[in-house]
Write a protein that binds this ligand. Structure first.
Ligand SMILES: [Zn+2]
Length: 85
């Protein structure tokens, strides 16, 4: 059976690494061109990644609580959780 989630996406893998590298610097310390690239790489992942969403639980250490998050295990894009705010 053909499983779409196991398809190789070398462009997405590269862009994921690029995005993680760009994210290593705080956006306040970067110029506009840098931050533009950061946004572009993130947008590329959101658009072209064949997302494989998984659920995770994160301890926040606030009142012993935690938070459930959803993210793509391929591009590491975290889905916005409105519950948190
Ligand atoms: Zn993805």
């Amino acid at each position: 059976m053909h499983k779409e989630s196991e398809q190789s996406q070398p462009d997405v893998e590269i862009m994921c690494r690029v995005n993680q590298l760009l994210d290593a610097i705080d956006s306040n310390n970067c110029n506009d061109d840098y931050n533009k690239l950061r946004k572009l790489s993130a947008a590329y992942l959101i658009k072209h990644c064949n997302h494989s969403i998984v659920r995770d639980y994160i301890d926040t250490d606030v009142d012993g609580g935690g938070q459930t998050i959803y993210y793509c295990e391929k591009c590491m894009h975290t889905l916005p959780i409105s519950v948190y705010n």
